[in-house]
Design a protein around this ligand. Sequence first.
Ligand code: NAG
Ligand code: NAG
Length: 272
Amino acid sequence: MGFLLPLSLLVLLAVAYPGGRSARRCWAARAQSPGGSSPTLSATTAPFWVRISPNFIAVRPGSSVWLNCSSSCPLLEGSTLHTGLRRGQKLSGPSWISFQLLDVRAWSSEVHCFLTCAGVTRGATARIHAYKPPHRVILEPPVLEGREHILRCHVTHVFPVGFLVVTLQRGGRVIYSESLERFTGLDLANVTLTYKFQARPHDLWKPVTCHARLNLDGLVVGSSSAPVTLTSWAWSPASKALASTSIAAFVGILLVLGAVYLRKYLLMQSEA
Ligand SMILES: *[C@@H]1O[C@H](CO)[C@@H](O)[C@H](O)[C@H]1NC(C)=O
Ligand SMILES: *[C@@H]1O[C@H](CO)[C@@H](O)[C@H](O)[C@H]1NC(C)=O
């Protein structure tokens, strides 16, 4: 047990660098049966269905999306949209309305559209998720400072940080794991985890890797660093004694928000 002993831990969060265009990824839309549910449909009116398309979409944070709310109604009398997201342009036809939503930043948003046909209103719901898997996970070679080794793991361009778990493994075994759920910022972020420990002889030459994982309500995305190994070891009689006692871990956090960086990032995305 306890090959690597946490003496102090430091998590640094910095606003993501605005580069790195990446393809928008859509999750497979859930099967949707035509027809929303509306209790207002009466037996005396012709039934009609309302559909929203896509009804499930995942985008990069800050993106805009178009949703098309369509129906089997030959001539709609009205439409309403319920959403907390910012609205953009609108297009419509006799039986459909298509609308743009801007700057999707929240990790998960719900959009309801209601269409009225022959005095009857029916609705359909779409869910929009915004996320960005880590661009890179980089584990720096361990640095020996005095008797301590320092491991630094950088996770770049990730969102939402609150769903991120950064794990250090030695030979496939978890030596440290940090969940960043306390971070609720709406920006892409760079995360740096600094892990200090006192190595013991058998820690030498064993591969250490860093893993960044976003667990998004069941969808897990992430990546891992290349392995690094400890090649030097500062032996002292104290290190063995230290290793067998428990030492409180210390976590320090710095969070910087960056609307400017995000805007640039979005510009690059829209040009992409
Ligand atoms: C975020 O990480 C990228 C890639 O390593 C780097 O170029 C950029 O400077 C970082 N941004 C900040 C604000 O630290
Ligand atoms: C919206 O959907 C309807 C029905 O499928 C289609 O006829 C219409 O062209 C779509 N509008 C846009 C802007 O995509």
